[in-house]
Ligand binder design. Structure first.
Ligand code: ADP
Ligand code: ADP
Length: 231
């Protein structure tokens, strides 16, 4: 459902920093796919190319066969709603309640109030925060904040959820609980998940497939069992 074809990305005045040097990836529908690598390997650049926060220097980003880079702005906006994203630092609005944070994508879409009410209540119950909707982000723990991030990312009914170091700020127990929720997102909603992380144990715990990235190149790719079992 997500295919990256020969993605290159260079930065700098003369494109001297080659962050990605020909990335090929294929993520099947319903998979939890992990990209793992050390700091500076190109993980953030890669995920930013998938949701087009960053425009690749060359290559194709195909979602269900559609090349995102070839779309007109209005079609692109439509396609991007099909991509949800969560972040290491949650990126919540601190002056807004939990309800408002999760409602934000729907408010921006101009959805009617009763629909927003119904959808947000349902999402908060899905992530186990229905009793916290009137609180503000600073009243919640890190794990709870990431649950809010997940609920907000699901508000537009995405086909794919991108996770950018989503558990890296959390302790091991909280990490396990958030990974459990991501499994539930895949199992119950059928949403495909692409995560980048430097945490090998997270990949082992939850991913079906993994790609190892080093200096802008995928050096290994396959099922988690194959990649992490010594020959
Ligand atoms: P990771 O997420 O794996 O830590 P990044 O994608 O952030 O890796 O970085 C890959 C390489 O690209 C690094 O050498 C980094 O310095 C460089 N880089 C990332 N973003 C920029 C940018 N906006 N401008 C210039 N260089 C960048
Ligand atoms: P505004 O006052 O600008 O309309 P609000 O954030 O107060 O914005 O409310 C937006 C909508 O969301 C309203 O329809 C409100 O009923 C609903 N809403 C806000 N907070 C909650 C909540 N904690 N529980 C249920 N519905 C809520």
């Amino acid at each position: 459902m997500l295919v990256l074809e020969d993605i290159h990305k260079s930065y700098g005045k003369e494109n001297k920093v080659h962050a990605l040097k020909g990335i090929n990836l294929k993520v099947e529908k319903g998979e939890i796919f992990g990209v793992v690598g050390f700091s500076g390997a190109g993980k953030s650049t890669l995920i930013r190319c998938v949701n087009l926060l960053e425009r690749p220097t060359a290559g194709k980003v195909l979602i269900n066969g559609v090349d995102l880079l070839s779309l007109q702005p209005s079609d692109l906006r439509k396609q991007r709603k099909k991509i949800g994203m969560i972040f290491q630092q949650y990126n919540l609005l601190h002056s807004k309640t939990i309800f408002r944070n999760v409602a934000m994508p729907l408010i921006l879409e101009g959805k009617p109030k009763d629909e927003i009410q119904r959808k947000v209540t349902q999402l908060l119950s899905f992530v186990g925060l229905e009793d916290h909707m009137d609180k503000y982000p600073e009243q919640l723990s890190g794990g709870q904040k990431q649950r809010v991030g997940i609920a907000r990312a699901l508000a537009t009914d995405p086909d794919i959820l991108l996770c950018d170091e989503a558990t890296s700020a959390l302790d091991p127990n909280t990490t396990e609980a958030v990974l459990e929720l991501l499994r539930k997102v895949r199992d119950e909603l059928g949403i495909t998940i692409l995560m980048i992380t430097h945490e090998m144990n997270v990949i082992r715990d939850v991913c079906d497939k993994v790609a190892v990235i080093e200096r802008g190149i995928i050096v290994e790719q396959g099922s988690v069992i194959d990649v992490f079992t010594e020959p």
